[in-house]
Design a protein around this ligand. Sequence first.
Ligand code: MRU
Length: 353
Amino acid sequence: MTKTYEPLQSVRWDNNELILLDQTKLPEETEFLILQDVQQVWDAIERLKVRGAPAIGITAAYGVYVAIRNFEAATVDELLAEVKKQADYLATSRPTAVNLFWALDRMVHRAETAATQGESVSEIKRSLLGEAQDIQAEDEAVCRAIGEHALTLFSDGMGVLTHCNAGGLATAKYGTATAPMYLAHEKGWNIKVFADETRPVLQGARLTAYELQQAGIDVTLICDNMAAKVMSNGWVQAVIVGTDRVAANGDVANKIGTYGLAVLARAHNIPFYVAAPLSSIDVKTPTGKEIPIEEREADEIIHGLGRQVAPADIKVYNPAFDVTPHEYVTAIITEKGIIRAPYTEKLQALLQK
Ligand code: MRU
């Protein structure tokens, strides 16, 4: 019997309103937020109410429209200046996921093209809403295509480990790293997923374990320090993760802890796959060293798990992401196919396809 997958949608444009599922409240509460202005959109991204590279990009794209829809521009040039100003503002919400900047660039470009084509102020506003909706619809198709390619690397009964949430909640639908899990499930395959908890804010526990369980997929939650044990038990035949940014040489930024998993996978002779939409590939950044890595506040760690778990004034280092050197990446799975090392020319070629 085929199974259909109807996930909770993290970002929705409904009734002329931007509606977000508050991911900080999951899995305890399913609470939706209606975002009325650009400040609220910025805040929702910065506070992780919406998170995951593609979902951040989609939200920011709608955020540009929310920011300018009531702006009274006397001229098209005045509107264009406002679109750029608001896009620049939204770009300051988080630094690492390149999808944010990719989506904002698309919005600015759409406004400029519309202006060149002679659209009026109100027509440009409508075009911007259309562009945000296109970005969201394309992301769903992109994730499905990533899933189809990734499925060629999977087989029935396989054990797969994933980190953080590169799931449906982080995208328009299907997720990137989770897309082959959903497609395998649709085919009736039994994939056994191990989801890392992903400290400090537990996207694996709160989000991946939750959404895969909701979909009826066999998922086992482990703490981040259990991956080596699970691998040495022989329970994992592949690691698959998402990414916030792939540099030109194939270095991969993803949620903190990903690099350690890649090293562990190598030590256990397990392939380490990265599911990456082209919107996460940044050939303007030569290597992982140049990818800006967000550092978040100490409080995420000191008051993790809903209570104080460390001395209040302890020194804390809290990078949200790390960079896995391309040498550890077995393959990068995109919507246009799977590539293996050497990455530099292949990534360039993919973007030109
Ligand atoms: O801090 P987050 O939750 O936004 O980090 C998310 C991740 O690292 C994801 O793995 C990545 O964005 C890929 S989402 C398809």
